[in-house]
Write a protein that binds this ligand. Structure first.
Ligand code: ATP
Ligand code: MG
Length: 213
């Protein structure tokens, strides 16, 4: 399966979540990360995690090579760029599942609606693909911002399922890549919390293609 982490909004968590997803998937089968962001943040981190990773930014390369990689690996995780570029569109034209991290802090509905529009267009062109799952990342527990974001991103407003699992703003998540590891390699109660949340998010996300969406 090709899973693309996409959102043109910079800093929403595409790299963080794609790296953790790839690590989690690597315990279940073969996986390669495609770093489609010119910043190449995934590339070094994936080396530390000893996961296969390929940098690929050119939209034509992504279009041609993603299906090939999907025949060689059980899962291909694509870390998308922070822009609504041709690169993002190429990812959406090839992935089976698009996961869209949204940051509740200053949730910019104008920017989000642009992303939703591109997702709808891709699905129209491809007869219902990619499957889409929106989720909240970088959330602060019990805040009005989080409540508002859950309301704004509800399926009846966007047309796409909002995954129930919320990933909270946890220092351990921010620290793991700098230490060349994932939350599974960190110790302490917060790391345990992050592991539980990521496992719940990924289990839920993998069910999206089998749901009605
Ligand atoms: N749940 C979280 N808790 C704490 N920090 C987080 C969390 N998610 C992401 N971050 C931090 O927020 C910053 C942005 O995350 P990340 O780089 O994954 O976003 P991105 O969508 O890939 O950004 P870009 O569009 O620039 O590629 C990073 O410093 C990361 O460590
Ligand atoms: Mg990134």
């Amino acid at each position: 399966m090709i899973i693309g982490l996409t959102n043109q909004k910079g800093g929403s968590g595409k790299t963080t979540v794609s790296g953790h997803l790839a690590y989690w998937l690597s315990k279940r089968g073969t996986v390669i990360v495609v770093d489609a962001d010119a910043q190449q943040s995934s590339t070094n981190w994936m080396k530390d995690l000893q996961l296969s990773c390929k940098t690929m930014i050119d939209p034509d390369d992504l279009f041609d090579e993603l299906p090939q990689l999907a025949t060689q690996y059980d899962n291909v995780v694509v870390d998308g760029p922070g822009s609504l570029s041709e690169t993002t569109k190429a990812i959406l034209s090839r992935c089976d599942l698009a996961l869209v991290p949204c940051k509740p802090a200053g949730l910019d509905m104008h920017s989000t609606s642009k992303m939703l529009r591109i997702l709808r267009q891709a699905r129209e062109l491809r007869g219902g693909l990619p499957h889409v799952g929106l989720f909240l990342n970088h959330a602060k527990k019990g805040t009005i911002l989080l409540k508002d974001a859950i309301r704004a991103l509800a399926e009846q407003n966007t047309g796409f399922p909002l995954l129930k699992t919320v990933i909270y703003d946890l220092q351990v998540i921010a620290d793991a890549p700098g230490q060349g590891t994932s939350v599974w390699g960190m110790s302490g109660a917060t790391a345990k919390r992050a592991i539980i949340d990521f496992e719940s998010l990924f289990t839920e996300a993998l069910k999206v293609p089998n749901a009605k969406n």
